[in-house]
Ligand binder design. Structure first.
Ligand code: GSH
Ligand code: FE2
Length: 357
């Protein structure tokens, strides 16, 4: 079975795609964004996927790729077109190559024109293709920088993308209106720049008159992407919390595991956010935990010490997850939720005060 996810980066309107083979757990990611690597690696972990490769459809001009950072975190190999001229890749791709993940693969098609190193990645059964900025939904990538060429783009789209089966779903690298997917049949008919009877001269005329301002980040993004997203020095690498080994969830919460809290919890403030009656019910509470119900945490967080990390606890880990959000808003930086709450703590046989055996 194929696992497929479409992820969004709002600042650059970029789509990132995860494709996984559920049978083997191997996955690839297409067009990851540097700032989203923590989110995307959390999703991969939660889906039980092992990232074997990241592939950029081109050297992007509007955001920095997450390829290098994902390699550090997941061990994935960095791949992109040889023609893009980037350093730091583990595999340079060319037209006709196959990029395998588990028992599945993507076929690599060269679709230059937006840049000279643009690739379209076609899933093995041709049910979906990832067109980068060659073909956008009712649009296409601009051709006015990075060796762009309307003539090349016209040919790439007509020969390599619109020749796919009509029902093939097309997933672009960007959409500026929030549209998510299109199909070959739709774009053949309705693409206002490339569909219907539009010829190469019509297309060139259109493209020479787009009048778009350059992407805001082009002077930062292009040099960084030519290094596959490798920062120039360590200052560019996002810091991990240093006070304990934590897990970041796709839901956006920092979690601490029971075993870690038991071992390292001495210097932490354990805040139990349940109601008073629950604090002394059958589940009991963690030794040294302080009771501050979630409903009063916003006003009582002044009782907490800003200099010491805070771990929040409740019955299942749900209310305490919300407590971490609230505490972060109140300016506490070192905060984590006890994963699974008292239920898991007890389920793993850890010691409590009060409660029944
Ligand atoms: N406003 C965006 C620029 C967006 C842009 O130029 N996008 C490129 C793709 S990298 C494009 O081809 N856009 C086509 C279009 O907007 O029609 C930014 O500052 O980043
Ligand atoms: Fe682009």
């Amino acid at each position: 079975m194929l696992i497929f996810r479409q992820l969004f980066d709002a600042p650059s309107s970029t789509y990132t795609y995860v494709l996984g083979d559920a049978d083997t757990g191997e996955a690839v990611i297409i067009d990851p964004v540097f700032e989203n690597v923590r989110r995307d690696s959390a999703l991969l972990r939660e889906l039980g996927l092992r990232l074997v490769a990241s592939v950029d459809t081109h050297v992007h001009a509007d955001h920095v790729t997450g390829a290098w950072l994902l390699k550090q975190r997941c061990g994935s190999r960095i791949m992109l077109a040889a023609a893009g001229g980037a350093t730091d890749a583990d595999r340079l791709l060319a037209h006709g190559d196959r990029l395998a993940f588990g028992g599945r693969h993507l076929e690599v098609r060269a679709t230059p024109g937006h840049t000279n190193g643009c690739l379209t990645l076609v899933l093995d059964d041709q049910s979906m293709a990832f067109t980068g900025d060659a073909l956008l939904i009712r649009g296409c990538g601009r051709t006015d920088f990075q060796q762009g060429s309307p003539r090349q783009l016209y040919r790439s789209v007509h020969e390599q993308i619109l020749t796919l089966p009509n029902g093939c779903l097309l997933y672009p690298a960007h959409d500026y209106r929030g549209l998510t997917v299109t199909s070959v049949a739709e774009e053949r008919r309705y693409n206002p720049r490339l569909g219907g009877a539009i010829d190469e001269a019509d297309f060139s005329g259109y493209m020479h008159n787009l009048g778009l301002p350059h992407p805001r980040l082009i002077d930062i993004a292009v040099p960084a992407n030519l290094r596959c997203g490798r920062p120039i020095d360590d200052a560019g690498v996002p810091a991990e919390p240093a006070w304990a080994p934590l897990t970041y969830t796709f839901g956006g919460i920092w979690e601490i595991q029971s075993a870690t809290l038991e071992e390292l919890g001495r210097d932490m403030q354990v805040i139990d956010v349940r109601e008073p009656a629950e604090f002394s019910d059958a589940l009991g509470h963690i030794h040294g935990a302080r009771l501050i119900p979630l409903s009063s945490l916003a006003e009582r967080c002044t009782e907490l010490d800003h200099a010491r990390p805070v771990v929040t606890v409740c019955r299942s880990g749900a209310r305490s997850a919300q407590a971490t959000v609230l505490l972060q808003k109140a300016g506490f930086s070192d905060v984590a939720n006890l994963a699974g709450g008292m239920l898991r703590w007890r389920g793993e046989g850890r010691a409590v005060e009060g409660g029944s055996a």
